[in-house]
Design a protein around this ligand. Structure first.
Ligand code: ASP
Length: 364
């Protein structure tokens, strides 16, 4: 896979060093990237609504930060966004920022809206190659400026996890989501709640750590630190689409769907263990798309369990016409994986092979 050579552009970023209890030369340094979302909101008395606050004031909102003995640097993106506005260029930008600051910091915490956090964490997991440092996404259900907020706990615990080391090495050298009590592998997580504080789950992979009185890490579930040099990819391709199967789906809808100009990849969200209608017109539409070069990736609508091609007649047919099984991958991880592979790998055979195997622990 190829990537564009990085250009030095560090001056572009505006960072703020926060005053913590760290000694002049702290043992651990953490780089926080604030992208927007509910977590960084406070009540604006003048405007009389919630608005993002300036993150350099975070120490006033979370005075506990002063007691930490690691060095904290914060970068606020120039344009803060509700994460439902996230686009590929935001992911590429985040990968680029991490690359540029990678050697200067021990770990990264990304503050992000919850709505698309699972997509962003998945995307970053593919875009960062040979990652040996923690990248912890977190956010909140309630703004940091309201009394019952979960933002403070989530942020503080995410920082603790990011700084955790054993024998001088990061305990969790991978892209994760920390939320409420659970540290989840980023590309295994899904947002499952819009109200409760436990907003994320990972049905097919146990939490990497659980935060109670102590943070209980599960080393056997955590990816080992890689051997090669850290690098990043700078491309993704969004000529992709998601077809969620439903009973009674009209033929013309499916025809229209596959007729999208420039379509290169489709995630089909299927029933149960990977099943779709067996009608000839449906299988025919999928077959024609595959023959025209479209890559079709089968992912289940169920949160838990796996696509098993061949278990029923319909998935046997899908396998025969060249649909790739996503096994137990989440739709978020599947969509971003397709975008990543289409953007970086020219050979369709290699794309199909990579879709069928785990690149970053996203499937079993
Ligand atoms: N809509 C918000 C976002 O995803 C919700 C949140 O932050 O939790 O940015």
């Amino acid at each position: 896979m190829a990537r564009i050579a990085p250009r030095p552009m560090l001056n572009y970023y505006q960072t703020v060093n926060l005053h913590t209890a760290a000694a002049q030369v702290a043992h651990t340094s953490i780089f926080v990237i604030y992208t927007g979302g509910t977590i960084g909101m406070d009540y604006d008395e003048n405007a009389q609504h919630l608005a993002p606050f300036h993150f350099s004031e975070i120490v006033d909102k979370v005075p506990e930060l002063k007691r930490f003995d690691f060095e904290l640097t914060v970068l606020s993106l120039p344009k803060l966004i509700d994460s439902s506005d996230i686009k590929i260029h935001h992911w590429l930008n985040l990968a680029r920022i991490i690359y540029d600051f990678y050697n200067d910091y021990d770990a990264f915490v990304i503050l992000h809206g919850t709505d698309t956090m699972a997509y962003s964490a998945s995307a970053l997991s593919y875009l960062l190659k040979n990652l040996a440092k923690p990248i912890i996404f977190t956010g909140a259900q309630l703004p940091i400026g309201v009394p019952r907020t979960d933002a403070r706990e989530n942020f503080i615990t995410a920082l603790e996890i990011a700084s955790a080391k054993k024998d001088g090495r990061a305990i969790v050298p991978e892209v994760c989501i920390f939320f409420d009590q659970f540290l989840l592998r980023g590309n295994r997580a899904r947002k499952v709640e819009s109200e409760n504080f436990t907003a994320f789950e990972s049905e097919n992979y146990e939490p990497l750590a659980v935060a109670g009185i102590h943070i209980d890490y599960r080393p056997n579930l955590i990816l080992p630190a890689p051997i090669g040099a850290f690098d990043f990819y700078s491309k993704m391709d969004n000529n992709v689409a998601l077809l969620k199967i439903f009973p009674g789906m009209p033929k013309r809808y499916v025809r229209h769907f596959f007729a999208m100009p420039g379509l290169r990849g489709v995630v089909v969200e299927t029933f149960g263990s990977g099943n779709t209608p067996t009608d000839d017109w449906f299988m025919g539409a999928v077959r024609e798309a595959i023959e025209a070069g479209v890559i079709v990736y089968n992912v289940s609508q169920c949160n838990g369990g796996s696509v098993v091609h061949g278990m029923y007649e319909s998935s046997k047919k899908l396998q025969e016409i060249g649909v790739v099984s996503g096994r137990d991958i989440t739709p978020e991880a599947a969509m971003t994986k397709l975008m990543f592979l289409l953007g970086n790998e020219p050979d369709p055979h290699v794309i199909r092979r990579n879709l069928g195997e785990s690149l970053r622990g996203e499937m079993t």
